[in-house]
Design a protein. Structure first.
Ligand code: SF4
Ligand code: SF4
Length: 232
């Protein structure tokens, strides 16, 4: 082989594959051939800050299925983490209307066991966010809006009143008695009030408003009955 021939063999062809890494070219061609909706989904996942340690793993998933084999949610439901990893990499838009991703409860077993350092747990977080943004996933989070309301109204979490009747039914009269006497018991033990002082509540409200959390809670069904005025 002459010097020139050797150089030609190593140089990328103008429109052809990079001979140093033909697989990279195939992957790039495959990516470009995707519809923009598919590329948007892949871009959104790989560019999410939570994926920064998992980008390479996301792109090099080998479909080994270890994530599925250790996933508690997959054991009891029709949810399949390995499939989520594949469909996310393909930019499969059906993920954006797939209710099974809500079975994941972020135990991170998949992430800790993945031989490629991919994270189906984080992929799910991004996909769920997209489902909520489109409105499709609101049905999965609206029940939690009451917690957001309580953070805003009281400055701390806890069990919102909307759940009290269900808890009372499940836990019986002793719980009702405890709630009825809770303040007196706290006073007797010198514990003070249940909720933060008014100034602290105002700070929490400011944080929720400035960070967009207030609007987020509203967008998923918060304050349907008693919308509070946003503080100025
Ligand atoms: S364990 Fe990792 S490499 Fe294996 S299928 Fe799951 S995401 Fe892909
Ligand atoms: S984080 Fe989700 S997908 Fe991963 S193992 Fe736990 S439940 Fe399964």
């Amino acid at each position: 082989m002459t010097d020139d021939t050797a150089k030609d063999a190593q140089a990328p062809a103008p429109d052809g594959p990079n001979l140093d890494n033909p697989y990279a070219h195939i992957a790039e061609t495959e990516f470009k051939s995707r519809t923009s909706a598919r590329r948007d989904l892949v871009d959104r996942i790989v560019n999410d800050p939570r994926m920064h340690d998992h980008k390479e793993g996301f792109e090099s998933c080998i479909q080994c299925g270890i994530c599925t084999s250790g996933c508690p949610a997959a054991r009891f439901t029709d949810y399949v983490p390995r499939e989520v990893a594949r469909r996310a990499l393909e930019g499969d838009p059906t993920l954006l209307e797939d209710d099974s991703v809500w079975f994941c409860f972020y135990c991170y077993t998949c992430q800790s066991r993945c031989p490629r350092k991919n994270s189906v747990a984080v992929i799910n977080q991004v996909v769920r966010s997209m489902q909520v943004e489109s409105g499709y996933g609101i049905k999965h989070v609206e029940m939690f809006a009451a917690w957001g309301e309580q953070f805003y109204d009281k400055g701390m979490g806890g069990t919102p009143h909307v759940f009290f009747s269900a808890i009372a039914e499940a836990w019986g009269p002793k719980w009702k008695e405890f709630i009825a006497n809770r303040d007196a018991m706290r006073e007797e033990m010198g514990l003070g009030g249940m909720f933060p002082a008014e100034e602290a509540v105002k700070e929490v409200q400011t944080i929720m408003e400035e960070t967009g959390f207030f609007d987020r809670v509203k967008s998923v069904g918060g304050w349907k009955d008693h919308e509070p005025a946003k503080r100025e």
